[in-house]
Design a protein around this ligand. Structure first.
Ligand code: RIB
Ligand code: CA
Length: 313
């Protein structure tokens, strides 16, 4: 078996972030060097605590969790309690974490870890606003050549936006950070709404997770049943899009996804389209192809993988 892939997950839990963390922690192909929390779905004080709650739910209290940026680079923080609930993890009643939050700032952990490893050894997996990643790139530009890939959930084009008509939440919250990442020259794999909206938590899929008949299975079913209610109402679908686990599933089974290399440029000027990811899917410009943008998913295969891995916890 090849060596486990070293990753750092940057996250703003969030029910879908929680499923992504559980999928990663259940998968021996991945070596989670650390989890860095960022303000996003809910404020930082909750996202860092929620990350620790999920590590304990996974039975991995030794996982290193760091707190990062408390607000975006430039804009005021926008949160999403209306989607994720006041705690950010509404649904199950998860105990207060006992595992410690690591000393030191998440951005220092990202920089120090990358500088302590060789080129191309570590993959960054942002699941929320890109503030921590941009701060690290700005503070220590040398890390750009050391990052193997940034596999992120964010953006949207054919599906439009979910927080404004044109912008997806993670990019909208910190468009300036997304601009830094997309201009960095680091290889980016992007999971936009165009693909995550095809990964729906249908009743049958949640039932299969609940049928695991484990503490993790029950908690995940409750997380998803709470999380999906907002999008079911909005989109009129059976189930809601399961965004963040697409990032981890790509690391485990990239063949589940199809997309193409494109230019992605972020709007940081217009208030009307702030945070819009302008994806040159048809390559009508000569802008550089700076991201592998996913648009399709084998959704049955995705949920089979997710459910099988959750069964291991
Ligand atoms: O737009 C969906 C993204 O915003 C997901 O990462 C969700 O957790 C929220 O952060
Ligand atoms: Ca998220």
């Amino acid at each position: 078996m090849t060596a486990a892939r070293k990753i750092i997950i940057d996250t703003d839990p969030g029910q879908d972030d929680a499923l992504a963390l559980l999928l990663a922690l259940a998968s021996p192909e991945l070596d989670v060097l650390g989890i860095t929390a960022v303000a996003g779905n809910v404020p930082l004080a909750l996202t860092e605590k929620n990350a620790r709650k999920i590590c304990e739910l996974a039975g991995k209290p030794g996982t290193k969790v760091f707190a990062g940026a408390i607000r975006p680079l430039v804009r005021d923080l926008v949160t999403a309690e209306h989607v994720h609930g006041r705690t950010g993890l509404d649904g199950p009643d998860l105990p207060e974490p006992e595992m410690p939050l690591q000393d030191g700032h998440a951005v220092d952990f990202i920089i120090d870890t990358l500088m302590a490893h060789g080129e191309g050894e570590i993959t960054l997996c942002p699941l929320g606003p890109l503030t921590n990643i941009a701060l690290a790139l700005n503070r220590e530009p040398r890390i750009a050549t050391r990052i193997r890939e940034i596999v992120l959930m964010g953006g949207g084009f054919f599906e439009g936006g979910n927080v404004t008509p044109t912008a997806e939440f993670n990019i909208y919250v910190d468009p300036h950070a997304a601009d830094v990442v997309l201009r960095s020259g680091v290889p980016v794999v992007m999971m936009p709404l165009d693909v995550t909206h095809k990964a729906l938590t249908t009743r049958a899929r949640i039932a299969a997770i609940r049928a695991l008949d484990t503490k993790v299975g029950a908690a995940c079913a409750e997380l998803l049943e709470f999380f999906e209610r907002f999008d079911e109402e909005k989109y009129g679908t059976d189930g809601g899009p399961l965004h963040d686990p697409c990032v981890i599933a790509y690391l485990l089974k990239p063949e589940l996804f199809t997309g193409r290399s494109c230019n992605v440029t972020v709007e940081t000027g217009s208030e009307l389209t702030m945070g819009m990811t302008v994806i040159d899917w048809w390559r009508v410009t000569d802008r550089p192809e700076n991201a592998l943008v996913m648009r399709d998913i084998d959704d049955d295969g995705f949920f089979t993988l997710l459910t099988e891995r959750l069964a291991r916890l």
